[in-house]
Design a protein around this ligand. Structure first.
Ligand SMILES: Nc1nc2c(c(=O)[nH]1)N[C@H]1C(S)=C(S)[C@@H](COP(=O)(O)OP(=O)(O)OC[C@H]3O[C@@H](n4cnc5c(=O)[nH]c(N)nc54)[C@H](O)[C@@H]3O)O[C@H]1N2
Ligand SMILES: Nc1nc2c(c(=O)[nH]1)N[C@H]1C(S)=C(S)[C@@H](COP(=O)(O)OP(=O)(O)OC[C@H]3O[C@@H](n4cnc5c(=O)[nH]c(N)nc54)[C@H](O)[C@@H]3O)O[C@H]1N2
Ligand code: SF4
Ligand SMILES: [Mo]
Length: 701
């Protein structure tokens, strides 16, 4: 007999697009997923990861009891023992030296969970030492957009690409990384209309903008699934984006295509930009980037003329030693052409993980208090007053700085909620050594991850379908989802674990559940003030912040009138045309890495889904046919890949996806982990690691 079947609304736990769908539950067990046709993002479609996400819920590898490391491996312990031991260490550190504790929060967890973890770190322990994977991802975005535009978020909603005439995508591969967003892009491409801009372009520059008014320009060293659909593909050499973007800006200025009125009314700093590019040589830029000058000019002219134009960028921009500068260069290009604060004209950092926007808003960050308040004594006073507890005024360490401190014995407690840093942070063996130096490593996860295997205490967490809470997607859409099934065994939702810790620590504050935590979030963060659980239950598919009061409908487009900066204007800041990677005789290749549609980040979840493994299941070294030929290697051969930071054996895949001189390895697998090849160079402003653009060589074995 078929048991009772019910549907539970949920939000996809993977990427920041924030697709909504239903889980199908029979007799208390999830047995499938069902699409929702009127959801504003997923709109009746799910990518392979979303479609199979439900398979993780019942996976036999789920953690079901707290574990403690002993000499003979892990042994199950009671929650009481686990919480008591952690609380004891926390109490001791809080008393002696709070900055010897470090917290890693999670873009997989809810706003409520991230808010509570940072509040524990700040008020109970007394440290700003908290960070999460945004450091590895869009920390340059947070730094550059907060400084230049006053707000660290995507300016326009996803469906607004329908209003754009030009889409400039750089260092971003949405066809694989945000398939839901890419669907909106594909829809926009299908539109056709006659265009005045096209006629002008033909008359003035002899440029044929082609049949459709919608133009898609993609800048990526790889011929990606996204790039093959572009009208123009700028295939620059990795690490030369500062030169490429400056060349586009120079073209726009020289051709007189700037928006003078916008520059005057809404920005400062334009003259310095013009001055900085006085001697900039476009031929030289073309030589450095290896992109024909005419193509760079054509892309720039289309971006500036075929307006409104939207920029989408991703990890190919941020994950460099000059990541913050690169984001700034894109902002400059948008500002001088007036492509911001209007429908179809946006600057869109497509945020990676399901709740990375929310985890940043909540300030799971060492250099901001909640709501992007800078860490200053004045803001500390305001926050202490609001919470009735003191908060520390020293900035914490970036996660990427913490490892070096840990290596010298400077960290006693590392509390990791829902991250897998051994695989995701730069330098696999370096992170392993650091984990070994820390007295107490606590990992709270749904699986015994590579990192958890090095922990002292492992706490079994409930995953998204097993808890109630909110997540904020890349377009600032705050969505509520409620518990659908129970966690397995003794696993508990992250919030329950943190509340148990609070109790054991004798905290002066507590909450009776996620809704009460959300009330504290609303009180603390002005952009969330008008959002309530009650409203979210009615408005199922969420509300976009800023939402200042309970009657406010939410804000799809930012900066329409003024920028939230001190003078209401955006800052144009010139960026040095730096080249960040140099090949040598010893290391003649450039290694980059990135994502496949089938797998997710460190793969702990997707490597457990058979349907996804059938397509891709291991690290492969992508190399161009020309390079393979000159090295005399064949598809499937095993070679040694060596960079200044590490070397490992890896299987070869020959493909025209990468150009000559460039190598690519996906970052989801552990045979070998791609971060074995990455070093500890970071962008000094944002702390992001230089993941992309590593000099490399291939040794035949
Ligand atoms: N399927 C899937 N989807 C995901 C994820 C996943 O793991 N799998 N992860 C999510 C997360 S956390 C994030 S942050 C996003 C990231 O989404 P994306 O930003 O799209 O991610 P990547 O594939 O890392 O990098 C994007 C592109 O940068 C290019 N690139 C490399 N070096 C350079 C360079 O020097 N210059 C330029 N311009 N481009 C370069 C690469 O070829 C790649 O195509 O995806 C999210 N969505
Ligand atoms: N070389 C290279 N390295 C990279 C990148 C790159 O492009 N190249 N990209 C970087 C980027 S952009 C990112 S975002 C990071 C990602 O780095 P991580 O965040 O470390 O990677 P994930 O695999 O997303 O890890 C999430 C963990 O959360 C667990 N989890 C899932 N749901 C829950 C839950 O509800 N509760 C708890 N407690 N745990 C849960 C999963 O099992 C998993 O272990 O990697 C970075 N590393
Ligand atoms: S596009 Fe992103 S949010 Fe949507 S189903 Fe795929 S992984 Fe999930
Ligand atoms: Mo990310």
């Amino acid at each position: 007999m078929v048991g009772e079947i019910r549907l539970g609304y949920t939000v996809c736990p993977f990427c920041g697009a924030g697709c909504g769908f239903h889980l199908v539950v029979r007799d208390g067990r999830v047995i499938g997923a069902e699409r929702i046709y009127d959801h504003p993002v997923s709109a009746g479609v799910l990518c392979p990861k979303g479609a199979y996400a439900w398979k993780i819920i019942n996976h036999p590898d789920r953690l079901t009891a707290p574990l403690k490391r002993t000499e003979r491996g892990f042994r199950p312990i009671t929650w009481r023992e686990a919480i008591r031991e952690i609380a004891e260490a926390m109490r001791r550190i809080a008393k002696d030296d709070p900055d010897r504790a470090y917290f890693l929060a999670s873009a997989k967890c809810t706003n409520e969970e991230n808010f509570l973890l940072q509040k524990i770190a700040r008020t109970i322990i007394g440290t700003n030492n908290i960070d999460h994977c945004a450091r590895l991802c869009h920390s340059p975005t947070v730094a550059a957009l907060a400084r230049s535009l006053g707000s660290a978020a995507m300016t326009n909603p996803i469906n607004d690409v329908a209003n754009a005439k030009t889409l400039f995508i750089i260092g971003y591969n949405p066809a694989e990384t945000h398939p839901a967003i890419f669907r909106f892009i594909e829809d926009a491409r299908r539109r056709y209309a006659s265009v005045p801009a096209r006629k002008i372009a033909i008359a003035r520059f002899g440029l044929g903008l082609g049949e459709t008014e919608f133009k898609m320009i993609v800048a990526d060293p790889r011929k990606t699934m996204t790039a093959v659909q572009a009208d123009i593909h700028l295939q620059q050499k990795p690490g030369t984006d500062a030169v490429l973007i400056n060349a586009m800006i120079k073209t726009i200025i020289d051709q007189g295509l700037v928006d003078k009125e916008f520059i005057e009314k809404r920005t400062t700093g334009y003259e310095r930009l013009v001055e900085s590019l006085k001697d900039f040589d476009l031929d030289e830029a073309s030589r450095i980037t290896e992109v024909p000058r005419k193509l760079i000019e054509e892309a720039a002219i289309i971006y500036a003329m075929n307006k409104p134009s939207t920029i989408y960028y991703g990890m190919g921009i941020t994950q460099h030693r000059n990541g913050t500068a690169l984001v700034q260069a894109l902002v400059d290009m948008a500002l001088i052409t007036g492509n911001i604060g209007k429908p179809g004209a946006g600057i869109c950092p497509a945020r990676g993980q399901a709740n990375v926007q929310g985890a940043c808003d909540m300030a799971a960050l060492p250099d901001f208090y909640p709501g992007y308040r800078k860490i200053t004594s004045e803001n500390a006073r305001e926050l202490s007053h609001m919470w009735g507890l003191p908060v520390p005024v020293e900035e914490g360490l970036f996660s990427t700085e913490m490892w070096n401190v840990a290596l010298t014995g400077g960290i006693d407690l590392l509390y990791i909620m829902g991250e897998n840093p051994l695989i995701s942070e730069p330098g696999y063996y370096r992170i392993m050594r650091a984990l070994k130096r820390i007295d107490l490593v606590v990992v709270q996860d749904i699986f015994l991850t590579e990192t958890a295997r090095h922990a002292d205490i492992v706490l079994p967490a409930g995953l998204w379908a097993e808890k109630t809470g909110t997540m904020t997607n890349t377009e600032r859409r705050v969505q509520l989802f409620e518990k659908i099934v129970d966690p397995p065994g003794e696993a508990r939702p992250d919030l329950d674990i943190l509340l148990a810790l609070l109790k054991e620590l004798g905290s002066p504050f507590s909450y009776d559940g996620p809704e009460q935590v959300f009330e504290d979030i609303r009180r603390t963060i002005p952009t969330y003030r008008g959002i309530t659980y009650e409203r979210l239950r009615k408005k199922r598919y969420g509300i976009q912040w800023p939402c200042p009061n309970e009657n406010h409908p939410g804000t799809p487009i930012l900066h329409t009138e003024r920028f939230p900066t001190s003078d209401g204007k955006a800052r144009i800041i010139p960026v040095r045309p730096e080249v960040t990677v140099k090949t040598t005789n010893e290391y003649p290749f450039i290694l980059i890495n990135g994502r496949l549609i089938t797998h997710y980040n460190t793969g702990t979840m997707t490597r457990r889904i058979m349907e996804l493994l059938l397509k891709d299941d291991s690290s492969l070294l992508y190399i161009s046919p020309d390079d393979a030929r000159s090295l005399g290697i064949l598809d499937g051969d095993i070679v040694e890949l060596e960079t200044p930071y590490g070397r490992e054996r890896i299987t070869v895949k020959i493909t025209t996806e990468v150009p000559r001189g460039v190598l690519f390895v996906p970052n989801h697998f552990i045979d070998p982990p791609v971060n074995t090849f990455v070093g500890d160079i970071i962008d000094p402003v944002s702390g992001i690691p230089e993941y992309k653009g590593i000099p490399a060589r291939i040794n035949l074995i």
